[in-house]
Design a protein around this ligand. Sequence first.
Ligand SMILES: NC(=O)c1ccc[n+]([C@@H]2O[C@H](COP(=O)([O-])OP(=O)(O)OC[C@H]3O[C@@H](n4cnc5c(N)ncnc54)[C@H](O)[C@@H]3O)[C@@H](O)[C@H]2O)c1
Length: 339
Amino acid sequence: MNIIVTGGAGFIGSNFVFHMLKAHPDYRIICLDKLTYAGNLSTLEPVMDNPNFRFVKADICDKEAVDKLFAEEKPDIVVNFAAESHVDRSIENPQVFLETNILGTSVLMDASRKYGVKRYHQVSTDEVYGDLPLDRPDMFFTESTPIHTSSPYSSSKAGADLLVLAYYRTYGLPVTISRCSNNYGPYHFPEKLIPLMIIRALHDESLPVYGDGLNVRDWLYVEDHCKAIDLIIHEGKIGEVYNVGGHNEMANIDIVKLILKELGKSEDLITYVTDRKGHDRRYAIDPTKIHNELGWLPETKFADGIVKTIKWYLDNEAWWQPIVSGEYQNYYEKMYGDK
Ligand SMILES: NC(=O)c1ccc[n+]([C@@H]2O[C@H](COP(=O)([O-])OP(=O)(O)OC[C@H]3O[C@@H](n4cnc5c(N)ncnc54)[C@H](O)[C@@H]3O)[C@@H](O)[C@H]2O)c1
C-alpha cells in the first residue's frame, strides 16, 4: 500500500507518519511537504533512512510537482494534513490560507482522480462548526451541525470540506473527512497554546492568556487522532464525515494553571492580554458516530497526556530550541540542500 501524506513535517502529520510506519510496517509512506515555517524536517529525521519512507519537498498548490509525484508513486491513499493552521496568522494574512487550504486541496483531488486513488482523506477541524455557548454544556457538534465559521482559517477549512464533498458527488472521488478537536502532544509547534506556555514557563516568562481565559477547547492526545484517521482510511464509509474528539473540555486558563503547577512555577506569570478577534467561546465534539461505526475511542486521558507532553518538552529541548531561535529553517538547506 502506497500512502501520500501531505503536511507530514508538521505537528499531527509527523505523528501520523510515525504511527503508520509502526502500525503498518509493510506500507510505503511518502511525505509531501512545502516546509513552511510550520514544517520542520528534523522532526522526521528518525525515519529518513527507513526504506518504506520518502520525503519530497513540494507545494500542494504546485500542479506539476503533485502530478509528477503521483505519477511516480501511484498512491493507493492520500491523506491531506497540509494546511496553514494558525488562526492568529489567518487574521493577519488570510490569502495564503485560501491558497493552500482550498486550492491546494483541489490540486490534490485532481491528481487523485487522474491516478485512480482509492481513498482521498481530508483532515479537517471542529472549527468549521463555529462555536458553542459556554452556558450550554449539553450542546455538542455532530456531523450534521451546520457549518458556521468564525475565522479566515476555519472558513478556508470549511471551503475545502465542501469541495471534497463536491468531488465525491460530482466525480465519484472516494473521499472521507475527519473533523477533529484541538490536538496536543509531541512535536507541537511552539506558537500554539500548550507548547507556548510550557516553554515560556520554563524560561520564567509571562504567559499571555487571551481575554478572560475562559474559552473552552476539547483536547485530544495526538496519537488518538492518528489512530482515528488510520481507522477511517481503512474502514470509514466513502463520502462520510467523522467527528473525532475525546470529551476533554478544558478552559484555556485551567490548562495554563495546570502547566504551571506541573512545572512548579507561580501563577503570577499569567498575563491577560486583549482577546483574539472573533474568538470562539467553546468547542465540543460528539464522537458517537466514529465510536459506533468504527469502534474508535480515545485511549489517553487528558490528565496523563498533559503530563506526558510536558515531560516530552522537558526531554526534547534539542527539538524546540532551534524553532524558538529560528535556526530550524536552515535545516533543510544544511542537510539536503545539495542532494
Ligand atoms: N492542531 C490541531 O489541533 C488540529 C485540530 C484539528 C485539525 N487540524 C488540521 O490538521 C492538519 C494538520 O495540523 P497541524 O497542527 O499538524 O499543522 P501544522 O501547521 O503543524 O503543519 C502543517 C504542515 O503543512 C505543511 N504545509 C503548509 N502549507 C503547505 C503547502 N502549500 N504544501 C505542502 N505542505 C504545506 C507545513 O510545512 C507543515 O509541515 C491541518 O489540516 C489542520 O487544519 C489540526
